[in-house]
Structure formats: structure tokens, C-alpha cells
Design a protein around this ligand. Structure first.
Ligand code: GLN
Length: 465
């Protein structure tokens, strides 16, 4: 039998193509026409991309047509402002409350802060914060472009015609900038700020780019294509939060309930959506609804979410049970280096050592269930060995809980040893104090773990109980 030269479209590609085609019907919506350049596009242009694990990108339809990023730039500039200025300084100047108003509404809160960074007022202020750090517009834009490029995984460029046209019009955005200046909220020169803001809106992207940018956010800030970190995890968390509550403007509530993906739209026709931990989506179709969101883009996102079960609150299972199994160390066929006297004492006592095999990614709720299991069975062992060889990742909270639980076991006259062959608990080259904190109970081989556990049994026998 000879295999066909090409396998044809994959199942996932066929799904995406089907969703794309089902949403390509009708010509509802209108092109943005506040500048002539945005009307010079094919109204039927329609692209869909999805960036998944390992940085793979599915591209359907017009996935390589370039269009201006427009407001999809807002979360990125906000991220850059947070990175440069820190959360406190940014929060003093830009709120995080959904405004329930149109994107270009001239609105501020009682402290005269723009209500959130996803409406124009907040986005213009974000751009001004970049200029506070780098007053030269060219240099500030170069830096911004480099950051957008790091998120997209390729070098991006400016649509000069759109930019110049935005600059010639833009009365309303100028009004917003000057209003914010009069409030004392905007400190950089308003004209420079508007210049930078229009440049950021005029960056050319494709749906593949939006999908990869979304993928970078989904991946906690590490670009899934290049493997490089583009932004910090805490910044990603903040950006996804405001995208969830404010990303789709006055349509945000409907969007969260029906699509349930943090997202951002732009009047160029693009939408970027993110499923945290999993994937990024880019859609392009320039016909817009009354909110300024792409009509086909919105319907494609709705279909993707419902057909593929991508809603962030689509809870399919309880978080995975993290104790894979547990057994007595008696079952281990491992010799430890002992004196005859020690060997005599330890003979038959390995059943006082219990090994717990943990698995998966350890976060608070998984670790909580592990610790509860340990407590419940504490009368059946003197020493617990926590086998971390099947644990992929452990977050800071769980790491602290793990070290704390060994200390608790010691305080109750027992002991805990952590078998950590791949250094997930105490990272190789970890900060000295962190290594010290856990080092006495963290070992790299099962023989060491068993030796440490037996040492504890010997110690316990010496101490008067
Ligand atoms: N350049 C547009 C503006 O500021 C971007 C708005 C948008 O995409 N929603 O008006």
C-alpha cells in the first residue's frame, strides 16, 4: 500500500474550516469609515487562525491578509505601561472597571481616571505613560513595535497611510487627550501621545499574528513560537482580566456569557481571543456591528467557543487528583548503606515509611488535597516520602505548602522527605536561601530518600518519646 503524498487537511483544520465557512454567510455590518483607508478593503475578507500548543498555528481563509491592529493594540500597550511603571503607578491613573460605554466615549471616573485601559481614554493614557518613560515618540514607538513583535513572534511594521490619515482626522481622540491633560491625569504632551496612539493603532497584523499574540498571553507571557518570554506572568493576569471585563466594550457582558474568552476587538476588523493555558485565536473580517466589533469575527468566536467547548468556565472535571498512588517502602527493592547494628534495628521497619506518588501540575487546590490525605493517614507512618518524579510543575504557593508540611510532620514527631529527581521543587541553581529553606528534606534519588527516611527512624528511636 502506498501512502498518499499528502495527508490532506487534519481533523482540526476541517473543523476550523467548517466553522469559518458557516460564519461566512451574509453581509451584515459596515466597514469603519471614519478614515477613507479603512474602506479600501475587501468587505468579504475573512481569516481565522488558532495558535495552539508547541506554537503550532492553524490558518484558515484570509489568514495572511494584513490589516491594522487598531484597538487590539490596547491590551499590549497597557501591558508595556504596567511593565515600565509598575501596577501601583498605573492604577493611580487608569481604572479597571468596565464602562459599559462605547469605545470612544469621553468618560472618566470620580477620580478623573479613564475607567479602563480598553476604551480610548484609557488606551491614550497608557500610551502617554510610555512617553513619560521615553519622551521621544520615534524611540517610544520603536520600543512598542519591538514588544508587539516579541508577542507575535515576528517583526511588525506600520501602515503609514492609515497612520497619516488617522493623524489628519482624530478630533475626538485629541479631545480626549486634551481633556485628560486638563484634569492633570495625562502628563506627557497630548499631541505626542496622540501621535504614539495612532501609530500603535496602525501596526499591520494578520490573524496568524493575533493568534500568536493571544497564544503568548495564553501561555503566561512566553511566546509559544519563539519560546521567549515577552511579558511577565502577573502582567498577563492583569491584561486578561481587563480583556474579560472590558475587552468587547458595551458588549462585554454578552461576550463573557456567550463566548467566555478574554478578547479584544479593533475597528480594522480583527479580534484576538485567549483561552488561558491553552490557545490563542485571531479572526479578521472588516464588517463591523454597532459596537465596532467584527460581525463575522464575533460569530466565529461564538461558534468556536460552543462547538469546541472553549468557554473559560466550561468546567469539565474536578482538578485532577494529585496523589497517583501510595505504598510502603517495604515494597522498594533498594539497599541502603547501613552498619550491621542499624540494619538489625531497621529490619521490618520499612513499613513505617510511606511513599506518596504525586502527579500533574501542583497548585493550591491539588496540594491541599495531598496534605489532607497525609494528615488522614498520619497514624500509619513515621516518615512520608513525597515522590515528585511525575510532577511537571509546582507553583510558589504549593512549594511553600510542601516545605511547610515537612516542617509540620517534624513538629509532630514524624518526618517528610521530598524525592525530587527533576528539581521541580528546588530548582537547580535556585537562590541560595530558597535552596536552604527546603534542602534538608529534598533529595534527588530514591536511595537518598530512603536513607534519609531510615535516618529519621533511627533518630526517632534514640529520642525518648
Ligand atoms: N483608531 C481607532 C480609534 O482610536 C481605534 C478604535 C478601535 O479599534 N475600536 O478611534
Amino acid at each position: 500500500m502506498t501512502l498518499p503524498a499528502s495527508l490532506g487537511p487534519s481533523l482540526v483544520e476541517s473543523y476550523l474550516q467548517f466553522i469559518h465557512d458557516s460564519c461566512a454567510v451574509g453581509e451584515q455590518g459596515a466597514l469603519a469609515d471614519y478614515i477613507p483607508e479603512l474602506t479600501r478593503v475587501d468587505p468579504n475578507g475573512f481569516g481565522l487562525s488558532m495558535a495552539v500548543h508547541e506554537g503550532h498555528v492553524y490558518s484558515i481563509g484570509d489568514a495572511r491578509i494584513g490589516f491594522t491592529i487598531q484597538s487590539v493594540s490596547k491590551p499590549l500597550t497597557y501591558a508595556l505601561a504596567l511593565t515600565h511603571k509598575g501596577f501601583t503607578a498605573v492604577d493611580e491613573r487608569i481604572g479597571v472597571e468596565p464602562s459599559g460605554e462605547a469605545f470612544n466615549e469621553i468618560s472618566v471616573d470620580s477620580q478623573r481616571r479613564p475607567r479602563n485601559p480598553m476604551i480610548n481614554a484609557g488606551a491614550i493614557l497608557s500610551a502617554s505613560l510610555l512617553l513619560e518613560a521615553q519622551p521621544d515618540v520615534d524611540k517610544a514607538f520603536a520600543e512598542l513595535l519591538e514588544f508587539y513583535g516579541a508577542c507575535a513572534g515576528r517583526k511588525l511594521s506600520l501602515d503609514t497611510e492609515v497612520y497619516e490619515s488617522e493623524m489628519r482626522s482624530g478630533a475626538r481622540n485629541r479631545a480626549i487627550a486634551f481633556m485628560l491633560q486638563s484634569f492633570g491625569t495625562l502628563k506627557a504632551p497630548p499631541e505626542d501621545t496622540i501621535d504614539l496612539y495612532f501609530r500603535q493603532c496602525s501596526v499591520i497584523v494578520t490573524t496568524d499574528d493575533l493568534a500568536v499574540i493571544g497564544g503568548t498571553l495564553a501561555n503566561g507571557g512566553v511566546n509559544p513560537r519563539t519560546g521567549r518570554r515577552a511579558l511577565g506572568q502577573n502582567v498577563v493576569q492583569r491584561v486578561l482580566s481587563v480583556m474579560t471585563t472590558c475587552g468587547m466594550y458595551d458588549g462585554a457582558g454578552d461576550w463573557v456569557t456567550s463566548v467566555g474568552l478574554p478578547a479584544k476587538s479593533g475597528v480594522g476588523g480583527g479580534i484576538m481571543a485567549v483561552l488561558p493555558g491553552q490557545l490563542g485565536i485571531g479572526v479578521y473580517s472588516p464588517l463591523l456591528d454597532e459596537h465596532g466589533n467584527s460581525v463575522r469575527g464575533v460569530s466565529a468566536c461564538k461558534r468556536l467557543s460552543s462547538d469546541l467547548g472553549l468557554h473559560i468556565f466550561n468546567v469539565t472535571r474536578e482538578s485532577r487528583v494529585t496523589v497517583r498512588s501510595h505504598y510502603d517502602a517495604e515494597e522498594l527493592d533498594i539497599e541502603t548503606d547501613r552498619t550491621p547494628e542499624e540494619r538489625r534495628f531497621l529490619n521490618g521497619k520499612r513499613n513505617r515509611i510511606r511513599v506518596y506518588e504525586l502527579q500533574g501540575d501542583l497548585t493550591f487546590s491539588g496540594m491541599e488535597s495531598v496534605l489532607r490525605r497525609l494528615r488522614a493517614s498520619a497514624s500509619s507512618f513515621d516518615v512520608a516520602i513525597l515522590d515528585m518524579s511525575r510532577v511537571d510543575q509546582i507553583d510558589e504557593v504549593s512549594r511553600a505548602m510542601l516545605v511547610g508540611s515537612s516542617q509540620n510532620l517534624r513538629a509532630s514527631g514524624r518526618d517528610g522527605v521530598i524525592f525530587d529527581p527533576d528539581s521541580v521543587v528546588v530548582q537547580k541553581g535556585a537562590h541560595a536561601s530558597e535552596a536552604r529553606r527546603g534542602a534538608e528534606s529534598v533529595v534527588q534519588t530514591m536511595t537518598e530518600a530512603l536513607t534519609r527516611a531510615e535516618d529519621s527512624l533511627l533518630e526517632m528511636a534514640k529520642e525518648p518519646s
